[in-house]
Design a protein around this ligand. Structure first.
Ligand code: SF4
Ligand code: SF4
Ligand code: FES
Length: 260
């Protein structure tokens, strides 16, 4: 198995020295080994507190990248829990391990040449037809996405519905690790989102307009100025730039329209 983390020899002894003083520690079991960690830490921080250096299974630390998929059990329960290590707070006596990568079928395709229908999906991912409706994927998803439902929509040829339902998927792969039909649900979902964006939704006219303006050289002069400016000037421009307020309306524009 890929190394999830490297244990830093020596850190354990340093922590042990401090532990006697602390009253906020709870025991957890990381890959079967017991550690006492502060009760308010996320699993990710608890791993580091315990002396592990995360070299896989750690990306954004903010619940976005899906790199830190973790499975755990709690005492006296056969239930398998799942969570993102950077978002899930430790619980006393939890047994955990991270699943930083799970092999998944990822097809190569040309989105331009595909039709947005169920035949395209089945040709690209034939295993889609093997879904047996067990709902394990939905129960496994740390983002509370109705995974089985989006797979059913894909099978019905309702790609837009699959795209909508799967929008907050972080591609952690836990659903895939547990699927008895061996689907890579998140890769099927991303194909549906791509087909929806490419073929089913209206074209974003403003993007094409902006690309045309860039191609016509509208911004060449401004870019040249920035690229030849000295560090001090760049710093000043950056610090004094007009920023969009947090509460800005959708059509907000800066006062200075030089770069629009
Ligand atoms: S876990 Fe697999 S077989 Fe079960 S519902 Fe989800 S996709 Fe279908
Ligand atoms: S749908 Fe699957 S890959 Fe996406 S967040 Fe849920 S469990 Fe992770
Ligand atoms: S590190 Fe990115 S979701 Fe946890």
């Amino acid at each position: 198995m890929t190394i999830v983390a490297e244990h830093q020899t020596g850190l354990e002894e340093i922590h042990l020295g401090d532990l006697a003083e602390r009253t906020d520690l709870v025991p957890i079991f990381i890959m079967g080994k017991k550690y006492d960690v502060p009760s308010t830490l996320t699993i990710q921080k608890a791993l580091e507190f315990a002396g592990y250096q995360l070299i896989r299974g750690c990306g954004c630390r903010g619940g976005i990248c899906g790199a830190c998929a973790t499975v755990y059990r709690l005492p006296s329960s056969p239930k398998i829990h799942v969570g993102l290590a950077c978002q899930t707070v430790v619980q006393p006596s939890m047994y955990l391990t991270m699943v930083p990568f799970f092999p998944a079928n990822r097809a190569i395709y040309s989105i331009d040449e595909m039709k947005p229908d169920v035949q395209s999906l089945l040709k690209t991912y034939p295993e889609l037809a093997k879904c047996m409706g067990c709902n394990t994927c939905t129960k496994s998803c740390p983002m509370n996405i109705p995974v089985m439902e989006y797979i059913s929509s894909a099978l019905r040829g309702d790609l837009e519905r699959t795209a909508e339902l799967s929008m907050s998927c972080v591609m952690c792969g836990i659903c895939t690790s547990r699927c008895p039909a061996e689907l890579a649900q998140y890769n099927i979902a991303i194909l549906c989102r791509r087909l929806t964006g490419r073929h089913l939704r209206p074209k974003a006219r403003h993007v094409h307009e902006m690309v045309a303006r860039i191609a016509a050289g509208t911004y060449d002069e401004s870019l040249k100025k920035l690229m030849t400016a000295d560090l001090e000037t760049l710093r000043k421009l950056y610090v004094e730039r007009e920023m969009e307020p947090h509460t800005a309306e959708e059509m907000w524009e800066p006062q200075d329209k030089t770069f629009l």
